[in-house]
Design a protein around this ligand. Structure first.
Ligand SMILES: [Fe+2]
Length: 425
Protein backbone atom coordinates (compact mmCIF):
# COMPACT_ATOMS: atom_id res chain seq x y z
CA UNK A 1 0.00 0.00 0.00
CA UNK A 2 2.78 2.43 0.99
CA UNK A 3 4.71 1.68 -2.17
CA UNK A 4 1.60 2.14 -4.32
CA UNK A 5 1.03 5.53 -2.67
CA UNK A 6 4.64 6.43 -3.31
CA UNK A 7 4.35 5.60 -6.99
CA UNK A 8 1.11 7.58 -7.24
CA UNK A 9 2.87 10.56 -5.68
CA UNK A 10 5.77 10.10 -8.05
CA UNK A 11 3.52 10.13 -11.11
CA UNK A 12 1.73 13.25 -9.82
CA UNK A 13 5.11 14.88 -9.27
CA UNK A 14 6.26 13.93 -12.76
CA UNK A 15 3.04 15.30 -14.22
CA UNK A 16 3.69 18.61 -12.47
CA UNK A 17 7.30 18.58 -13.59
CA UNK A 18 6.60 17.41 -17.10
CA UNK A 19 3.36 19.22 -17.89
CA UNK A 20 4.97 20.36 -21.12
CA UNK A 21 7.51 18.68 -23.36
CA UNK A 22 10.61 17.98 -21.30
CA UNK A 23 13.37 20.50 -21.84
CA UNK A 24 16.80 20.16 -20.36
CA UNK A 25 18.01 23.15 -18.44
CA UNK A 26 21.58 22.44 -19.55
CA UNK A 27 23.14 25.04 -21.85
CA UNK A 28 26.55 25.36 -23.54
CA UNK A 29 27.69 27.17 -20.39
CA UNK A 30 28.91 24.81 -17.62
CA UNK A 31 26.69 24.34 -14.59
CA UNK A 32 26.42 21.83 -11.69
CA UNK A 33 30.16 22.48 -11.09
CA UNK A 34 31.13 20.00 -8.40
CA UNK A 35 34.31 19.10 -6.51
CA UNK A 36 34.85 15.58 -5.16
CA UNK A 37 37.83 13.40 -4.34
CA UNK A 38 38.67 10.23 -6.22
CA UNK A 39 42.33 10.31 -5.15
CA UNK A 40 44.60 11.73 -2.46
CA UNK A 41 43.02 14.92 -0.99
CA UNK A 42 46.51 16.43 -0.63
CA UNK A 43 47.51 16.14 -4.30
CA UNK A 44 44.34 15.64 -6.39
CA UNK A 45 40.96 17.21 -7.00
CA UNK A 46 38.15 15.90 -9.21
CA UNK A 47 35.97 18.47 -11.00
CA UNK A 48 32.63 17.55 -12.62
CA UNK A 49 30.20 19.74 -14.55
CA UNK A 50 27.29 19.63 -17.01
CA UNK A 51 26.54 21.18 -20.42
CA UNK A 52 24.07 20.58 -23.21
CA UNK A 53 24.93 18.19 -26.04
CA UNK A 54 26.32 20.87 -28.35
CA UNK A 55 29.45 20.84 -26.21
CA UNK A 56 31.67 17.86 -26.99
CA UNK A 57 34.92 18.67 -25.20
CA UNK A 58 35.80 20.00 -21.78
CA UNK A 59 38.84 21.31 -19.94
CA UNK A 60 39.80 22.48 -16.48
CA UNK A 61 42.19 25.41 -16.57
CA UNK A 62 43.83 25.90 -13.22
CA UNK A 63 46.78 27.39 -11.41
CA UNK A 64 48.23 27.95 -7.98
CA UNK A 65 47.02 31.03 -6.17
CA UNK A 66 43.90 33.12 -6.52
CA UNK A 67 44.87 35.85 -8.96
CA UNK A 68 42.26 36.34 -11.72
CA UNK A 69 43.24 34.49 -14.87
CA UNK A 70 45.83 32.42 -13.03
CA UNK A 71 45.13 29.17 -14.91
CA UNK A 72 48.22 28.24 -16.90
CA UNK A 73 47.69 24.49 -16.48
CA UNK A 74 45.04 22.49 -18.29
CA UNK A 75 43.44 19.07 -17.78
CA UNK A 76 41.20 17.49 -20.40
CA UNK A 77 37.92 16.08 -19.11
CA UNK A 78 36.21 12.79 -19.92
CA UNK A 79 32.70 13.30 -21.31
CA UNK A 80 29.69 11.06 -20.82
CA UNK A 81 26.15 11.42 -22.15
CA UNK A 82 23.49 11.48 -19.46
CA UNK A 83 19.82 11.07 -20.36
CA UNK A 84 17.28 12.20 -17.80
CA UNK A 85 13.55 12.88 -17.94
CA UNK A 86 14.52 16.30 -19.34
CA UNK A 87 16.54 14.95 -22.25
CA UNK A 88 20.22 14.33 -22.80
CA UNK A 89 23.07 16.42 -21.46
CA UNK A 90 26.83 15.94 -21.30
CA UNK A 91 28.65 15.48 -18.03
CA UNK A 92 32.37 16.22 -17.96
CA UNK A 93 34.83 15.13 -15.31
CA UNK A 94 38.56 15.65 -14.86
CA UNK A 95 40.87 14.77 -11.99
CA UNK A 96 43.68 17.25 -11.39
CA UNK A 97 46.82 15.43 -10.23
CA UNK A 98 50.28 16.29 -8.87
CA UNK A 99 48.88 19.26 -6.98
CA UNK A 100 50.91 20.78 -4.15
CA UNK A 101 49.63 19.89 -0.67
CA UNK A 102 48.19 22.61 1.53
CA UNK A 103 47.91 25.02 -1.39
CA UNK A 104 45.17 27.20 -2.78
CA UNK A 105 44.29 26.84 -6.46
CA UNK A 106 41.99 28.72 -8.80
CA UNK A 107 40.19 27.06 -11.69
CA UNK A 108 37.52 27.42 -14.34
CA UNK A 109 35.87 24.84 -16.57
CA UNK A 110 34.67 24.99 -20.17
CA UNK A 111 35.21 24.01 -23.78
CA UNK A 112 37.42 26.87 -24.95
CA UNK A 113 34.44 29.05 -25.90
CA UNK A 114 32.08 28.82 -22.95
CA UNK A 115 33.85 29.15 -19.60
CA UNK A 116 32.61 29.15 -16.04
CA UNK A 117 33.54 31.81 -13.57
CA UNK A 118 36.79 31.30 -11.68
CA UNK A 119 36.53 29.28 -8.48
CA UNK A 120 39.06 28.29 -5.83
CA UNK A 121 39.87 25.27 -3.69
CA UNK A 122 42.58 24.32 -1.20
CA UNK A 123 44.40 20.98 -1.13
CA UNK A 124 44.72 19.07 2.14
CA UNK A 125 47.74 19.38 4.41
CA UNK A 126 49.04 15.86 5.11
CA UNK A 127 51.28 17.12 7.91
CA UNK A 128 48.49 18.79 9.87
CA UNK A 129 46.68 15.61 10.98
CA UNK A 130 43.54 17.69 11.48
CA UNK A 131 40.13 17.51 9.82
CA UNK A 132 36.86 19.37 9.75
CA UNK A 133 33.77 18.44 7.77
CA UNK A 134 30.04 19.19 7.67
CA UNK A 135 27.29 16.54 7.68
CA UNK A 136 23.78 17.11 6.37
CA UNK A 137 20.73 14.89 6.79
CA UNK A 138 17.90 14.71 4.26
CA UNK A 139 17.82 17.87 2.11
CA UNK A 140 14.91 16.55 0.00
CA UNK A 141 12.33 19.21 -0.85
CA UNK A 142 9.53 19.81 -3.39
CA UNK A 143 10.31 21.65 -6.63
CA UNK A 144 7.03 23.54 -6.57
CA UNK A 145 6.82 27.17 -5.43
CA UNK A 146 9.03 30.14 -6.17
CA UNK A 147 12.08 28.99 -4.24
CA UNK A 148 12.57 25.22 -4.51
CA UNK A 149 15.21 23.88 -2.17
CA UNK A 150 15.41 27.35 -0.55
CA UNK A 151 15.50 25.84 2.96
CA UNK A 152 18.36 23.54 1.91
CA UNK A 153 20.18 26.49 0.36
CA UNK A 154 19.87 28.46 3.59
CA UNK A 155 21.09 25.51 5.66
CA UNK A 156 24.22 24.74 3.66
CA UNK A 157 25.08 28.36 2.94
CA UNK A 158 24.74 29.24 6.65
CA UNK A 159 26.79 26.18 7.61
CA UNK A 160 29.62 27.07 5.21
CA UNK A 161 29.54 30.75 6.21
CA UNK A 162 29.94 29.70 9.87
CA UNK A 163 32.62 27.11 8.96
CA UNK A 164 34.62 28.48 6.02
CA UNK A 165 37.53 26.28 7.10
CA UNK A 166 35.56 23.04 6.52
CA UNK A 167 37.56 20.60 4.38
CA UNK A 168 34.53 18.92 2.76
CA UNK A 169 30.88 18.05 3.34
CA UNK A 170 28.75 14.90 3.35
CA UNK A 171 25.07 14.40 2.52
CA UNK A 172 23.74 11.21 4.13
CA UNK A 173 21.22 10.40 1.37
CA UNK A 174 17.85 11.76 0.22
CA UNK A 175 19.55 14.79 -1.21
CA UNK A 176 16.45 15.19 -3.40
CA UNK A 177 12.82 14.14 -3.17
CA UNK A 178 12.66 12.44 -6.57
CA UNK A 179 16.07 11.19 -7.52
CA UNK A 180 15.18 10.38 -11.13
CA UNK A 181 13.56 13.75 -11.84
CA UNK A 182 16.20 16.17 -13.11
CA UNK A 183 14.35 19.31 -11.96
CA UNK A 184 15.17 18.27 -8.40
CA UNK A 185 18.87 18.07 -9.18
CA UNK A 186 18.77 21.45 -10.93
CA UNK A 187 17.30 22.99 -7.78
CA UNK A 188 19.68 21.08 -5.48
CA UNK A 189 22.79 22.16 -7.40
CA UNK A 190 21.59 25.77 -7.61
CA UNK A 191 21.30 25.80 -3.82
CA UNK A 192 24.89 24.67 -3.23
CA UNK A 193 26.64 27.06 -5.63
CA UNK A 194 29.55 28.75 -3.89
CA UNK A 195 30.08 25.74 -1.60
CA UNK A 196 30.31 22.64 -3.79
CA UNK A 197 32.65 24.43 -6.21
CA UNK A 198 34.93 25.44 -3.29
CA UNK A 199 35.09 22.34 -1.06
CA UNK A 200 34.47 18.72 -2.12
CA UNK A 201 31.15 16.96 -1.60
CA UNK A 202 31.28 13.27 -0.65
CA UNK A 203 27.59 12.30 -0.66
CA UNK A 204 25.80 8.95 -0.57
CA UNK A 205 22.40 7.96 -1.85
CA UNK A 206 19.17 7.37 0.08
CA UNK A 207 15.90 5.73 -0.88
CA UNK A 208 14.64 8.86 -2.65
CA UNK A 209 17.58 8.76 -5.07
CA UNK A 210 16.07 5.47 -6.32
CA UNK A 211 12.61 6.84 -7.03
CA UNK A 212 11.61 6.82 -10.70
CA UNK A 213 8.28 7.20 -12.42
CA UNK A 214 6.88 3.69 -11.91
CA UNK A 215 9.36 1.77 -9.80
CA UNK A 216 12.59 2.05 -7.88
CA UNK A 217 15.94 1.73 -9.55
CA UNK A 218 19.62 2.11 -8.98
CA UNK A 219 20.37 5.75 -8.12
CA UNK A 220 21.41 6.48 -11.71
CA UNK A 221 20.99 10.25 -11.62
CA UNK A 222 22.99 10.41 -8.39
CA UNK A 223 25.91 8.42 -9.80
CA UNK A 224 25.75 10.43 -13.03
CA UNK A 225 26.04 13.76 -11.23
CA UNK A 226 28.78 12.86 -8.75
CA UNK A 227 32.21 11.46 -9.56
CA UNK A 228 33.16 9.41 -6.50
CA UNK A 229 35.80 6.81 -5.56
CA UNK A 230 35.29 3.58 -7.53
CA UNK A 231 36.80 1.30 -4.88
CA UNK A 232 33.45 -0.17 -3.80
CA UNK A 233 32.11 -3.64 -4.55
CA UNK A 234 31.37 -4.74 -8.12
CA UNK A 235 27.96 -3.50 -9.24
CA UNK A 236 27.87 -0.81 -6.54
CA UNK A 237 30.66 1.51 -7.68
CA UNK A 238 30.13 5.05 -6.34
CA UNK A 239 27.18 3.79 -4.25
CA UNK A 240 29.60 2.30 -1.70
CA UNK A 241 33.13 3.63 -1.36
CA UNK A 242 35.79 4.65 1.11
CA UNK A 243 38.50 7.29 1.34
CA UNK A 244 40.98 8.75 3.82
CA UNK A 245 41.36 12.30 5.04
CA UNK A 246 44.16 13.01 7.53
CA UNK A 247 43.77 10.65 10.51
CA UNK A 248 40.27 9.53 9.45
CA UNK A 249 39.05 6.62 7.31
CA UNK A 250 35.56 7.30 5.94
CA UNK A 251 33.17 4.71 4.51
CA UNK A 252 29.95 5.36 2.55
CA UNK A 253 27.44 2.50 2.24
CA UNK A 254 24.17 2.03 0.35
CA UNK A 255 21.38 0.88 2.69
CA UNK A 256 18.67 0.71 -0.01
CA UNK A 257 18.36 -3.06 -0.18
CA UNK A 258 14.57 -2.80 -0.53
CA UNK A 259 14.54 -0.28 -3.39
CA UNK A 260 17.28 -2.13 -5.29
CA UNK A 261 16.11 -5.71 -4.65
CA UNK A 262 15.86 -6.34 -8.41
CA UNK A 263 19.69 -6.14 -8.52
CA UNK A 264 20.24 -8.82 -5.86
CA UNK A 265 21.01 -8.53 -2.14
CA UNK A 266 23.09 -5.35 -2.15
CA UNK A 267 23.45 -5.37 1.66
CA UNK A 268 25.06 -8.80 1.52
CA UNK A 269 27.31 -7.72 -1.37
CA UNK A 270 28.60 -4.84 0.76
CA UNK A 271 29.25 -6.99 3.85
CA UNK A 272 32.38 -8.73 2.56
CA UNK A 273 33.64 -5.50 1.02
CA UNK A 274 33.10 -3.62 4.31
CA UNK A 275 34.87 -6.33 6.28
CA UNK A 276 37.86 -6.14 3.95
CA UNK A 277 37.86 -2.34 3.83
CA UNK A 278 37.88 -1.93 7.61
CA UNK A 279 40.47 -4.68 8.08
CA UNK A 280 42.90 -2.77 5.90
CA UNK A 281 42.21 0.63 7.50
CA UNK A 282 44.90 1.71 9.94
CA UNK A 283 43.70 5.23 10.54
CA UNK A 284 43.18 6.54 14.06
CA UNK A 285 39.45 7.12 13.43
CA UNK A 286 36.89 5.20 11.40
CA UNK A 287 33.62 6.93 10.46
CA UNK A 288 30.80 5.36 8.42
CA UNK A 289 27.77 6.82 6.67
CA UNK A 290 24.60 5.18 5.38
CA UNK A 291 21.05 6.42 4.99
CA UNK A 292 18.75 4.08 6.91
CA UNK A 293 19.19 4.34 10.68
CA UNK A 294 19.76 1.11 12.65
CA UNK A 295 18.92 3.04 15.82
CA UNK A 296 16.32 5.42 14.43
CA UNK A 297 13.63 7.72 15.78
CA UNK A 298 10.62 7.22 13.48
CA UNK A 299 7.64 5.55 15.12
CA UNK A 300 6.74 2.12 13.72
CA UNK A 301 9.94 1.92 11.69
CA UNK A 302 12.63 -0.67 12.40
CA UNK A 303 15.58 -1.10 10.04
CA UNK A 304 16.45 -4.58 11.33
CA UNK A 305 17.75 -5.76 7.97
CA UNK A 306 20.24 -2.91 7.72
CA UNK A 307 21.16 -3.18 11.41
CA UNK A 308 21.84 -6.91 11.11
CA UNK A 309 23.83 -6.48 7.90
CA UNK A 310 26.16 -3.61 8.81
CA UNK A 311 26.34 -3.09 12.60
CA UNK A 312 28.19 -6.31 13.61
CA UNK A 313 30.95 -5.51 11.11
CA UNK A 314 31.15 -1.84 12.07
CA UNK A 315 31.28 -2.67 15.77
CA UNK A 316 33.75 -5.53 15.34
CA UNK A 317 36.21 -3.07 13.79
CA UNK A 318 35.30 -0.39 16.32
CA UNK A 319 34.06 2.23 13.90
CA UNK A 320 33.96 5.27 16.16
CA UNK A 321 31.01 7.13 14.63
CA UNK A 322 28.18 6.27 12.27
CA UNK A 323 26.00 8.93 10.63
CA UNK A 324 22.53 7.88 9.41
CA UNK A 325 19.50 9.79 8.16
CA UNK A 326 16.02 8.92 6.79
CA UNK A 327 14.04 9.66 9.98
CA UNK A 328 14.30 13.50 9.96
CA UNK A 329 14.96 13.57 13.71
CA UNK A 330 18.21 14.09 15.61
CA UNK A 331 19.64 11.38 17.83
CA UNK A 332 22.98 10.40 19.31
CA UNK A 333 23.23 6.95 20.87
CA UNK A 334 25.37 5.74 23.71
CA UNK A 335 28.30 3.65 22.48
CA UNK A 336 26.81 0.35 21.28
CA UNK A 337 28.40 -3.08 20.99
CA UNK A 338 26.30 -6.07 19.87
CA UNK A 339 23.05 -4.27 20.64
CA UNK A 340 24.09 -3.34 24.20
CA UNK A 341 24.70 0.24 25.34
CA UNK A 342 28.15 0.80 26.82
CA UNK A 343 29.59 3.52 29.01
CA UNK A 344 32.71 4.62 27.15
CA UNK A 345 33.31 5.41 23.45
CA UNK A 346 36.21 2.96 23.54
CA UNK A 347 33.69 0.18 24.18
CA UNK A 348 31.32 0.69 21.26
CA UNK A 349 30.12 2.58 18.21
CA UNK A 350 28.13 5.83 18.49
CA UNK A 351 25.28 6.24 15.97
CA UNK A 352 23.81 9.59 14.91
CA UNK A 353 20.50 10.25 13.18
CA UNK A 354 21.16 13.49 11.36
CA UNK A 355 17.84 15.36 11.38
CA UNK A 356 16.95 17.33 8.28
CA UNK A 357 18.63 20.01 6.19
CA UNK A 358 15.65 20.57 3.87
CA UNK A 359 12.01 21.41 4.38
CA UNK A 360 10.55 17.98 5.23
CA UNK A 361 9.74 17.31 8.89
CA UNK A 362 8.28 14.33 10.75
CA UNK A 363 6.23 14.82 13.90
CA UNK A 364 5.93 11.09 14.66
CA UNK A 365 9.41 10.66 16.08
CA UNK A 366 10.70 9.63 19.50
CA UNK A 367 14.14 9.00 20.95
CA UNK A 368 13.89 5.20 20.95
CA UNK A 369 16.43 2.84 22.50
CA UNK A 370 19.99 3.62 23.54
CA UNK A 371 19.45 7.38 23.19
CA UNK A 372 21.98 9.76 24.74
CA UNK A 373 20.55 12.84 22.97
CA UNK A 374 17.32 13.44 21.05
CA UNK A 375 15.84 16.51 19.37
CA UNK A 376 12.96 17.04 16.97
CA UNK A 377 14.05 19.67 14.40
CA UNK A 378 10.54 20.91 13.63
CA UNK A 379 11.25 24.64 13.97
CA UNK A 380 14.37 24.82 11.83
CA UNK A 381 16.80 22.51 10.00
CA UNK A 382 20.18 21.45 11.33
CA UNK A 383 23.65 20.26 10.41
CA UNK A 384 26.71 18.72 12.09
CA UNK A 385 30.29 19.94 12.41
CA UNK A 386 32.84 17.15 12.87
CA UNK A 387 36.40 18.19 13.61
CA UNK A 388 39.46 16.87 15.33
CA UNK A 389 43.01 15.65 15.36
CA UNK A 390 44.68 12.26 15.61
CA UNK A 391 43.83 12.20 19.33
CA UNK A 392 40.51 14.01 19.68
CA UNK A 393 37.26 14.29 17.76
CA UNK A 394 34.34 16.66 18.44
CA UNK A 395 30.85 16.46 16.92
CA UNK A 396 28.62 19.52 17.27
CA UNK A 397 24.93 19.39 16.41
CA UNK A 398 23.97 22.83 15.11
CA UNK A 399 20.64 24.40 14.18
CA UNK A 400 20.44 26.45 11.00
CA UNK A 401 20.71 29.71 12.98
CA UNK A 402 23.98 28.57 14.58
CA UNK A 403 22.63 27.37 17.93
CA UNK A 404 24.65 24.38 19.21
CA UNK A 405 22.25 21.88 20.78
CA UNK A 406 24.62 18.98 21.43
CA UNK A 407 28.37 18.45 21.58
CA UNK A 408 30.34 15.25 21.97
CA UNK A 409 34.11 14.92 22.34
CA UNK A 410 35.98 11.62 22.16
CA UNK A 411 39.62 11.37 23.07
CA UNK A 412 41.81 8.47 21.98
CA UNK A 413 45.53 8.10 22.72
CA UNK A 414 47.63 7.97 19.60
CA UNK A 415 48.60 4.38 18.84
CA UNK A 416 52.22 3.35 18.43
CA UNK A 417 52.79 2.41 14.81
CA UNK A 418 55.31 0.56 12.69
CA UNK A 419 55.25 1.49 9.00
CA UNK A 420 51.88 3.15 9.51
CA UNK A 421 50.26 0.10 11.14
CA UNK A 422 49.24 0.27 14.84
CA UNK A 423 51.20 -2.10 17.07
CA UNK A 424 51.05 -3.05 20.73
CA UNK A 425 54.26 -3.45 22.69
FE1 LIG B 1 14.95 8.36 3.33
Amino acid sequence: MALAFLYACTIVQLTVTMGQAPVSTATPAPDHITLTWTGDPATTMTVTWRTDTTVTSGFVRYGKGTDPGNDAQQAEAQARAFTSDLGTSHIFSATLTDLSPNSQYSYRVGDGTHWSEQHTFTTADPEANTFKFLVFGDSQSPVTGSDPYGIWRETIQNAFKANPDADFFVNVGDLVDFGQVEAHWDAWFAAVEGVIDTIPAMPLSGNHESYGSRDTWKPEFFTAHFTLPRNGPFGLKEQAYSYDFGPVHLVALDSQGFEQRRYGDILSIQQSWLESDLTTSHKQWNIAFFHRAPYGVKLNRDEAEVRNAFCPILEKHHVDLVFNAHDHGIKRTHPIKSGIAKEKPSEGTIYYVTGRSGIKTYEDIEEGEHSAFFYAPLEQPNYFVVEGTDQKITVKTVLQDGTIIDSLTIEKPKADTFMGIPVQF
